[in-house]
Write a protein that binds this ligand. Structure first.
Ligand code: NAP
Length: 295
């Protein structure tokens, strides 16, 4: 039997409706409007479209969003000054600095300058540390989206063998850490693979839940997964262009190859992707409520 397709777009839509309802409720009851600042430095087309999508989603959910666009030549000092202004602005509850930044800017320094209480991307070391310790914090959006997808589709993680391919700070390491936490949605036995892993297939074939975030198109084939595995494909790879000029995307998993062997799988596009922006909106709502003492 072919795998169940985990419809991230549908799950994201449900969560967005929940967020919009809560945004409307806190506006009515407390006069509070969650505010998000998105800071874009330079003109990278992919970054421009990501930021535009974030602002569009914020508006659709009733979240106030301000896009701040700076030229690629902006100095580190000017960017830090803008971050500081956002830190002090009471109408802004969440700050997102779109990555990557131009090479002359020290990225960790800028992320560190964001007030951890407004760090809705969850990249500040304070939030990363709290996440590791299992304390309440802003969780990074893509890993949090994966947790939500697994929980809302009823995938049992407790005691499961989870294998994560990729060890980046934004996906691989945090999702591995979250699946390890002693709480619902965690409690898994976790292995992380990367480019220095010897015999990666020996690990991936043991996985009850396989999470792939490597950035290599269709690298995981059917012979690398276990019969009945749940496969979460985080990869977004541009593999061509349609006749209308739109990018053709592929995940890190060879979807057609594994479809009859997996028990459930996220498609690309329409799997993990829609969850990422949704979790950013959820974090912005959380930041506004925390600032107002509502949670
Ligand atoms: P990244 O920073 O480039 O990290 C990739 C990781 O994969 C690295 O740890 C690397 O190992 C490992 N890797 C690469 N090739 C491998 C191979 N052949 N075998 C084993 N491990 C391998 O990438 P990222 O930012 O985590 O993103 C990963 C993918 O997810 C990309 O396609 C990205 O576009 C996508 N993504 C999607 C979303 C979304 O919302 N859907 C969000 C973020 C990222 P080393 O550490 O040894 O180099």
């Amino acid at each position: 039997m072919p795998a169940t397709i985990i419809n991230g777009a549908a799950v994201a839509k449900t969560i967005r409706q929940e967020i919009a309802a809560e945004v409307a409720a806190i506006k009515e009851r407390h006069g509070l409007i969650p505010g998000l600042a998105t800071i874009l430095v330079g003109e990278d087309p992919a970054s421009q479209s990501y930021v535009a999508a974030k602002n569009k989603t914020a508006h659709a959910l009733g979240i106030h969003s301000e896009q701040m666009t700076l030229p690629a030549t902006t100095s580190e000092e000017d960017l830090l000054r803008l971050v500081e202004q956002c830190n002090r602005n009471p109408a802004i509850h969440g700050i997102l600095v779109q990555l990557p930044l131009p090479r002359h800017i020290d990225e960790p320094k800028v992320l560190f300058a964001i007030d951890p209480a407004k760090d809705v991307d969850g990249f500040h070391p304070v939030n990363a540390g709290k996440m590791m310790l299992g304390q309440r914090c802003f969780l990074p959006c893509t890993p949090n989206g994966i947790l939500e997808l697994l929980q809302r589709t009823g995938v049992e993680t407790s005691g499961a063998e989870v294998v994560v391919v990729g060890r980046s700070n934004i996906v691989g390491k945090p999702i591995a850490n979250l699946m390890l936490q002693k709480r619902p949605g965690g409690n898994a036995t976790v292995t992380i693979c990367h480019t220095r892993t010897r015999d990666m297939a020996a690990h991936t074939r043991r996985a009850d839940i396989l999470i792939v975030a490597a950035g290599v198109a269709r690298m995981i084939k059917a012979d690398q997964i276990k019969q009945g595995a749940v496969v979460i494909d985080v990869g977004v790879n541009r593999v061509g262009q349609s006749a209308t000029g739109k990018a053709v995307l592929a995940g890190d998993v060879d979807f057609d190859d594994v479809l009859d062997k997996a028990s459930a799988i996220t498609p690309v596009p329409g799997g993990v992707g829609p969850m990422t922006i949704t979790m950013l909106m959820q974090n912005t709502l959380q930041a506004a409520k925390q600032a107002a003492g509502l949670m």
